[in-house]
Design a protein around this ligand. Structure first.
Ligand SMILES: C[S@@+](CC[C@H](N)C(=O)[O-])C[C@H]1O[C@@H](n2cnc3c(N)ncnc32)[C@H](O)[C@@H]1O
Length: 280
């Protein structure tokens, strides 16, 4: 995968929308921004803060904890993890423009002492470039990233390698629930940049093969279907306000993406899952 390939997914273009939104809310010139106030701007996963709070509880985070956030996007999750529990978080992001925006936001939130941003690909990066290296993290979190990485064996082995013995993995992602039609498979590949999504059984057996145990596979399909449908309705009803801030091309681009995802979940072959698993 290259940074350019993944840009077929329209959520990852027009990223100047983040600064446009800050300006519209009078936050761009602020000396300090509360990371909680950024949550509905910087989050690219579902259920925003509530999903992050669940990960903090599942990982039992405390000030001495170290966390790796794989595919950290604009860094919202990492900032909330560290702001809430005072843990140290390494935020790893593939796309350089998104990584740079994340660093900028972390500086604005004055969390640079707790959140370290790294740019790169989890599959290719040398573990020594991530926090304390091999077996150094108490927790690995990842929200809506694994779907982009078809080689789940290498990915889960990397997660296992980065965790301390007894450390916990918390992942929210897509899985294959039914048989995708040809159109669904095409939309997944182009609009969502997802290929080779595993079934539940494939996911669990790969987790076991990578050394995880106490595996919880919590189905989120119904909750997320409602979430993406409501997101689309809200986005369309706010069209004028959105276009005043960001312009029509950005509106149309995001509309295309939100419609594609709502259609995929509504057809019920695409599933959503929260995985929590411990390293032996
Ligand atoms: C849907 S976004 C979610 C971002 C963030 N986790 C959040 O919840 O807001 C997925 C992110 O994963 C990143 N990503 C995809 N493949 C990656 C890889 N191999 N290594 C690191 N990051 C990756 C993408 O660039 C994108 O920013």
């Amino acid at each position: 995968m290259t940074e350019r390939d993944i840009k077929t997914m329209k959520l990852y273009t027009n990223i100047e929308r983040i600064k446009n939104e800050l300006a519209a809310r009078g936050m761009l010139e602020s000396e300090f921004i509360d990371p909680v106030a950024l949550c509905d701007i910087d989050s690219m996963h579902y259920m925003g803060m509530s999903a992050i709070k669940d990960s903090i509880a599942a990982l039992k985070l405390e000030p001495s904890s170290t966390v790796l956030d794989i595919g950290s996007g604009f860094g919202g999750t990492s900032r909330i993890l560290s702001k809430s529990s005072k843990c140290r978080t390494t935020a790893l992001e593939l796309q350089r423009d998104i990584h740079e925006m994340a660093e900028y936001l972390t500086k604005k939130c004055r969390l640079g002492n707790l959140v370290t941003h790294v740019s790169g690909d989890i599959i290719l990066l040398d573990p020594n470039e991530l926090g304390g290296g091999i077996s150094s993290f108490d927790g690995v979190v990842s929200f809506l990233v694994f779907l982009h990485i078809s080689d789940k064996a290498s990915l889960l082995e990397k997660c296992a390698k980065m965790l301390k013995p007894g450390g916990t993995l918390f992942v929210e992602d897509f899985y294959c629930r039914g048989n995708f039609s040809e159109d669904e498979a095409k939309s997944l590949a182009k609009d969502v940049y997802a290929v080779d999504l595993p079934t539940k059984d494939e996911y669990i057996s790969q987790l076991k093969a990578s050394g995880f145990h106490n595996i919880q596979f919590i189905d989120k399909s119904s909750e997320w279907t409602t979430y993406v449908q409501e997101r689309l309705v809200k986005f369309v009803s706010n069209r004028n306000q959105f276009e005043d801030i960001h312009g029509e091309p950005t509106y149309l681009s995001l509309l295309y993406f939100y419609e594609a995802v709502a259609k995929l979940f509504s057809a019920q072959n695409l599933g959503g899952v929260r995985i929590i698993a411990d390293m032996k």
